[in-house]
Design a binder for this molecule. Structure first.
Ligand code: FRU
Length: 484
């Protein structure tokens, strides 16, 4: 068995800061061959504190290089979440020579007199691919006379009306603003009263168009993250709405609450801006944590990591239209097949065990459920540390149980089951990516995602497949391992 000299819990395929605290992804933009990831960052401690924008760049969204801090607090406040766009047509006037990046972010100003903090929207621009930044002298560019929660601007160019559109979290609604130049903003509409989940404050919205079932038909998707509230044990999570947008107003197609992820650890995710048309993907990533315990997770000297980047699509399943997510294809080159599972029958009460010894593994399974009542996978890290994924075909229920996965004592909430209801069919597909301290599960080609942190003492060393109350058969299945 190879011993890997890895820092405990540090991921191999996920972005995590070298030191100190990180939360939301910010300002994700593609420009001149680089993907930029900015992020909520406290450079002085490994718990949340005065927010800066940290910065990393990558050619493929997997291998990231952390760069110096991009945005520092100033007299208008600390730097909360926001977005970045390429101003190709110099609408702002910041780029007389050649196009560059504009960051649109929230200034958060705490008041010494105990009155509520003030949140305003501001700009900064960069002429050197995000390496250095100039704050706009006319900041802030958008404020509100009364709203306290007024933050997380996500901006995109709306081609049909030839203007910039801002989606902003405004308490328990989302407000849309428009602008010709990123500087002067006009109210368009507000969305969210009497629809969706209001279990917590609305944060980090994102609005974009996706093709339906790979066809020419398109629909708009609005992502809305929901903050942690003590009375709801799930903590912070993200919902989405599918509907239409006419350049001013978003109208949801239906009233049901739809969750983007059924795991506990995918929050504040938004999509990249300026992915080239010839690529055409809508790529998303989230903060792989939960406000319920984010400040307590047992890493030393650094805290938090991002989810894998994922390609989003809209797909019908019966009469349901779901946002489907799958890891970006760039991930594939990090894995090599180590076990082929061509045609393997697992009888009732039997197991099949596969040994692995690399920091991260990918498990791809096509399962024919003959008559098993339950089947699933045990991800085994040590003799006593195991995470259990169970699919129950009688109750149509999937559970991920991390109560024996490793360190869990930092939060009483962490050991709760992660659950998902779905129609368990006779053929199921699972894709599971296990890194040093996370599991990402994609069910049925990404129709459902379950993203979960774990804190085992060792990387995953054994994968055990099981069936009970009947048999399952595996075809076209395999296990891959990362190269390093
Ligand atoms: C979401 C959030 C945002 C805010 C940022 C502060 O996790 O609360 O609404 O801008 O984090 O760090």
């Amino acid at each position: 068995m190879t011993t890997y000299n890895l820092e405990k819990y540090r991921p191999t395929l996920h972005f995590a800061p070298q030191k100190n605290w990180m939360n939301d992804p910010n300002g994700m933009v593609y420009f001149k061959g680089e993907y930029h990831l900015f992020f909520q960052y406290n450079p002085d401690d490994s718990i949340w504190g005065p927010m800066h924008w940290g910065h990393a760049v990558s050619q493929d969204m997997i291998d990231w290089q952390e760069l110096p801090i991009a945005l520092y607090p100033d007299e208008l406040g600390t730097i909360f979440s926001g977005s970045a766009v390429v101003d190709w047509q110099n609408t702002s006037g910041f780029f007389p020579v050649e196009p560059g990046i504009v960051a649109i972010f929230t200034h958060h100003l705490d008041k010494a007199d105990g009155t509520p903090a003030i949140q305003t929207q501001s700009l900064a621009f960069s002429h050197d691919q995000g390496r250095t930044w100039t704050k706009y002298e006319g900041n802030p560019v958008l404020q509100h006379p009364t709203k306290v929660d007024f933050r997380d601007p996500k901006v995109f160019w709306h081609t049909e009306t030839a203007k910039w559109l801002m989606t902003l979290a405004t308490g328990q609604t989302v407000t849309f603003y428009s602008s010709p130049n990123l500087i002067d903003w006009r109210f368009e509409s507000e969305f969210g009263d009497n629809i969706g989940s209001h279990d917590g404050v609305w944060e980090c919205p994102d609005l974009f168009e996706l093709g339906v079932d790979n066809s020419e038909e398109k629909k708009w998707v609005l992502l809305v993250s929901i903050g942690d509230s003590p009375q709801f044990e799930s903590g912070s999570r993200t919902q989405y709405f599918v509907g239409s947008f006419d350049g001013s107003t978003f109208t949801a197609d239906n009233q049901e609450i739809q969750w983007l992820d059924f795991g506990k650890d995918n929050y504040a995710g938004v999509s990249f801006s300026d992915i080239p048309n010839e690529d055409g993907r809508r790529i998303y990533l989230g903060w792989m944590s939960n406000w319920r315990y984010a400040n307590q997770v047992p890493t030393e000297g650094w805290r938090s990591q991002m989810t894998l980047p994922r390609t989003l699509a809209l797909q019908h399943f019966g009469d349901q239209l779901l946002v489907v997510q799958n890891p970006v294809k760039e991930l594939d080159s990090y894995f090599t097949k180590v076990v082929e599972i061509e045609d393997v029958l697992i009888n009732s009460e039997e197991t099949k065990t596969f040994a692995v010894d690399r920091p991260s593994v990918e498990i791809v399974l096509e399962i024919d459920n003959h008559d098993a009542k339950q089947f699933g996978i045990v991800l085994s890290h040590t003799e006593s540390q195991k995470t259990l994924l169970t699919i129950d075909s009688e109750t149509n229920h999937i559970t991920l149980d991390r109560k024996n996965s490793g360190e869990i004592t930092f939060s009483k909430n962490f050991s709760n089951l992660q659950e998902l209801n779905l129609q368990v069919t006779s053929k199921m597909k699972l894709r599971i990516i296990v890194d040093s301290s996370s599991i990402e599960i994609f069910v049925n080609e990404g129709a459902y995602a379950v993203t979960s942190l774990i804190y085992p003492d060792k990387v995953c060393e054994e994968i055990v497949l099981f069936a009970s109350g009947g048999a399952i058969q595996l075809t076209n299945s395999y296990i891959s391992a990362s190269h390093s």
